[in-house]
Design a protein around this ligand. Structure first.
Ligand code: F6R
Length: 369
């Protein structure tokens, strides 16, 4: 049932190109309008939205962090991302023109469900992004977009994360289209870029052998740090979360620009630092800033493990290990840059002799608050 893989997690990582393609399937109608799955909200309701809140936990929360960049960029509606477990306890400002997007693989996470119920009590509209048909969160929502990742068995989320990203991009585009900020041809152009992603994820998967070798070398590390900026910041957080939960190692993700405000003190001789570098084409300034962040940590003894875009030679002199991912539009890059970090965590955990599919103290679905 593991399809020849040692772990469900490896199988699910390998299924990601298919999962992404399935989630994209049939989303545009003949007029170029984006289609969600269940919509009990009118276009007018969506035009009235003046604020978006995304609520989710863990890995799903990281997909929400990426979504914020895309949604604000495409729709110009302010968007906040909040841990579902914190949301209702701080009395957030919500009303009928607020759209709350709840992201959950299982659809049963109690923290996310309670955040959703709180939002509904305050008359907010609720849209669910979910991987489980008919589960509680989509049942209680006004609109649903299903991710078609297929069942995820390994406790650590992988393919669900990539499909959550896709779903978030689609929600952002849909909002922009309904509100008239983006037109059918622009939406179709981004959808076409998204259609390229399964192939790119496949390409990344075919180059993972050096990551496996590196994982064996890092198995004894005391701590691994992850840095990124912009959409690569949540990718850094996701890489660190995977490593914590699977390998039981200290791992932490940082916004690269924050290092100098404290965390750089953690860097010691040989500290592995995984650096997720933005495309040098997209927001060029940002790329150069990350490269100088990498120089800074390396000057303090870090062993730099760099994930960069193919053709990015500027970063090469500062990379102890360099892994290239295919050229990808900036906002979509997490779909490719996350993959090596999933493989790295999985292989480090395996090298340390842990049960990758069933990490200690964790359950697949967290139905208590
Ligand atoms: C991490 C992981 C968890 C879940 C989180 C939310 O690998 O799997 O962090 O992402 O518990 O679960 P769902 O998406 O089912 O609400």
């Amino acid at each position: 049932e593991k399809g020849g893989y040692d772990y469900f997690m490896l199988k699910e990582i390998a299924e990601q190109p298919h999962a992404v393609a399935e989630t994209l399937l049939g989303r545009l109608n003949e007029h170029g309008d984006l289609l969600l799955d269940e919509v009990r909200l009118s276009d007018q309701d969506l035009r009235d939205v003046d604020k978006v809140f995304i609520v989710a936990c863990g890995t799903a929360y990281h997909s929400g962090m990426v979504a914020k960049y895309a949604i604000e960029h495409w729709t110009r509606i302010p968007c906040e991302v909040e841990l579902a477990s914190e949301f209702r306890y701080r009395d957030p400002v919500l009303d009928r023109s607020t759209l709350v997007v709840a992201i959950s693989q299982s659809g049963e996470t109690m923290d996310t469900l309670m955040a959703l119920r709180h939002a509904k009590e305050q008359k907010a509209r609720v849209l669910a992004i979910c991987n489980t048909n008919g589960s509680t969160i989509p049942r209680e929502s006004d609109a649903v977009l299903y991710t078609h990742a297929g069942p995820e068995i390994a406790v650590a989320s992988t393919k669900a994360f990539l499909t959550q990203l896709v779903a978030c991009y689609l929600v952002g585009l849909h909002l922009a289209q309904v509100r008239g900020v983006k037109y059918a041809d622009e939406v179709a152009a981004v959808v076409a870029q998204l259609q390229e992603m399964p192939k790119k994820v496949e390409q990344v998967l075919s180059t993972m052998e050096p990551i496996r070798e590196l994982a064996r070398e890092l198995a004894e590390a005391k701590s691994v740090l992850f840095i990124g900026r912009h959409v690569s910041y949540p990718v850094a957080l996701e890489g660190a979360l995977k490593l914590k939960e699977l390998a039981y190692m200290h791992a932490e993700g940082f916004a690269a620009g924050e290092l100098k405000h404290g965390p750089i003190a953690l860097i010691d001789k040989g500290t592995p630092v995984v650096c997720v570098v933005p495309s040098p084409r997209g927001r060029g300034v940002l790329h150069d800033k990350v490269v100088s962040n990498i120089q800074e940590v390396r000057a303090r003894g870090a062993r730099t493990i760099v994930i960069a875009e193919e053709g990015d030679t500027a970063v090469a002199p500062y990379a102890d290990h360099l892994f290239y991912v295919p050229v990808t539009p900036t906002l979509l890059a997490p779909l490719v840059t996350t993959v090596p970090l999933q493989v790295l965590a999985c292989e480090i955990a395996a090298a340390r002799g842990h049960d990758v599919d069933q990490p200690r103290n964790l359950a697949k679905s967290v139905t208590v608050e």
